[in-house]
Design a protein around this ligand. Structure first.
Ligand code: SAH
Length: 228
């Protein structure tokens, strides 16, 4: 099997790349893809750079050029659910693009005609994430992730996303990756560790906790690999 592991920022995949030897680097479309093997599987790793377009491009290339048959996203997110604190782990059950607005035509927020709104993660991979969490004693919250091309650091925007989508965490890539995987029939899951609370302190908290939370998520992802 070929498995794709992607993040958005270098900090999110660095802890993974450090663990592997014999990594082959290929450059395509202004980005680097790292291929290796683990537990008898081929693995392709990349960070897409920030945002939905970059993430969709990377996910598509991982599937089309590198033959990824399953995809795991690992990274950091802002907490919307007050239960979530910095360093906590979330696995998405489903994701939505919270910044899609064609409400002028009577469509609900987040909805795209002929495309839909929420995209569900692969149930088997979500179960694997939960099993891994149990095995290593990590409290893993399963919930809704809302994705948009916006760093949320404002209580009004945060409240809007919570009220509209009942989302538990917010970030800038997951739903676009989810949509690519759905269209291309590739089972996927999105794992995130909390870096901030998407509030007025989010910018500072993000800077402070990016590295540690990114590592928490990457380490969790590695544990999950042992369980796949
Ligand atoms: N500081 C960076 C920009 C980070 S953007 C720079 O200047 O280069 C935030 C990244 O972390 C995105 O990849 C997003 O997926 C995630 N993220 C963490 N907290 C977030 C929040 N509150 N709102 C949106 N995305 C968030």
């Amino acid at each position: 099997m070929t498995l794709a592991i992607m993040g958005a920022m270098e900090e999110e995949v660095e802890p993974l790349l450090e663990r592997f030897e014999n990594v082959k680097v290929t450059e395509i479309a202004d980005n680097k893809y790292y291929e290796t093997t683990y537990n008898g599987n081929n693995i392709v790793i990349a960070y897409s750079k920030i945002g939905k377009v970059n993430a969709a491009l990377t996910a598509t290339l991982m599937i089309e050029k590198f033959g990824a048959e399953k995809l795991i996203f690992t990274g950091v997110a802002g907490a919307l659910n007050p239960k979530l604190k910095v360093g906590d782990m979330v696995v998405a059950t489903k994701l939505i693009q919270h910044d899609v607005d064609i409400t002028a035509f009577g469509h609900p927020w987040g909805f795209i005609p002929e495309s839909g709104d929420f995209v569900e993660c692969d149930a088997a991979l979500v179960s694997k994430a939960k099993e891994s969490a149990k095995a290593i004693g990590v409290d893993l919250l399963d919930g809704i992730i809302a994705t948009g091309d916006q760093f949320i650091a404002d209580s009004k925007k945060k409240d809007f996303i919570v009220d509209t989508y009942k989302a538990d965490a917010t970030e800038m890539e997951g739903a676009s990756v989810a949509y690519v995987c759905k269209c291309m029939n590739v089972p996927f899951v999105v794992l995130r560790s909390i870096s901030d609370a998407a509030d007025m302190d989010a910018g500072f908290d993000f800077e402070e906790f990016l590295k540690s939370s990114a590592k928490t998520s990457a380490d969790f992802c590695l544990k999950m690999l042992d369980n796949l």
